[in-house]
Ligand binder design. Sequence first.
Ligand code: GLU
Length: 483
Amino acid sequence: MSVRVRFAPSPTGFLHIGSLRTALYNYLFAKHHGGTCILRIEDTDRTRFVEGAIEEQISSLAWAGVTFDEGPHVGGNHGPYTQSERFDMYREYGMKLVVNGTAYYAFDTAEELDAMRVRQQAAGIAPKYDRSAMRNQYTLGEQETQRLLSENAPHVIRLKVPLHQDVRFSDEIRGEVIVNGREIDDQILLKSDGFPTYHLANVVDDHFMEITHVIRAEEWLPSTPKHIILYQAFGWEPPTFAHVPLLLNPDRSKMSKRHGDVMVRDFAKKGFFPEALVNFVALCGWNPGSDNEFYSMQELIDTFTLDRVNKAGAVFDYQKLNWMNGEYLKRRDVHDLARELHPVLVERGYTYIDPAYVAEVIELVRERVAFLGDIAEFADYLFGDTLEPLTETGAASLSGNDTLTTALDTFRQGLDAASLADADAFKGLAQRAAESAGIKMGAFMKPLRLVLTHREVGADLFRTVQLLGHTRCLARLNAYLSR
Ligand code: GLU
């Protein structure tokens, strides 16, 4: 049997980083087994529908390299892939359970249900539908039930949970799970407006879409016993389940906005490489079983197995993600990077943006930043003609220093093509200039950098000067010396 998995988001917002990981694990598992990865939109809750969320989620996933073989946007033989287009089917299958006695009609009003909960709270018992005390098919009897139905009395369909039976299933990550029927609520399957709940729609779809493995977030684990009962009620074979651990903040609380970005598009906007984010997220909760921390998508596909997904929640370490992005910045093809940086340089109105030149700048400074976009700011003195104004301390360190002026002047006079040709010639020139003014070479490099770049720190000065070229260096020295 070939593997079929699905990622089943609800269009209630933009793609969360935790959802990216769930989708990614589904994708990796499917591709590892030569299987099929399906996108299904779970939009049964129309009140929480967010306009544009589906499109945003699909494009965020595509940005990260997670694509689907079947889905509302690509088609397939098991559609429609959007639940709101399958409502008739849920109703039909919900009613089948009423007919075979595994689900039943209930007529309770909201007030009656509230009163039930208050009674239960007062008695110190967990809130749960009290089948024997409420107004439903069993307490009212067949005749009264039929009468109410013929009058169109508002009603729901509830799952008849077998009360004294253990429900068991084996989770690929969490192992054997056993829950007693007494602890499971008689879940509503069809609401009074005839719409299905998540549980019914989810099970019907997983069955008819021939899903073999349900890989989803741990928060759905408590729902799974209900789903197992539903599979039994329909007489269907349940899929294999795997519940992946939560992503946590550094303080081990559930990952939330308060601690940083949580939406995939925020990470994209910040300038993370999709490859770095995917690599990092894959390792949040999955242990590849080796010391290697760097995985391309293909390597993840080759290596990923569910038995190496941890049970415990995974802390999302923003610092480590930054570091990893920096590592990708160091490793990625410099010409690709130059192409990606181009629009940023154009937007900032820089003059020196020839791709080959930009590639050399990136090569020079990429060790010193974590984000490609930071290079524009970090090395602005290499991309533009004009310099940012000197900082106050920078200006103060240069002013009223005659020996320094002498050294810079000597340097200016010696500056020519030959002095830019190799590091030794440059060093020789700088040394002569420093000596002529009686200052140490070490003490000369910092002001020289300041004058040429208006920065106190930066990449290797010789390479910087080489990239600036004779004309720009001279112009900057002149600007300083003519003050
Ligand atoms: N619609 C659910 C969600 O938003 C899907 C849960 C599942 O995969 O069964 O996460």
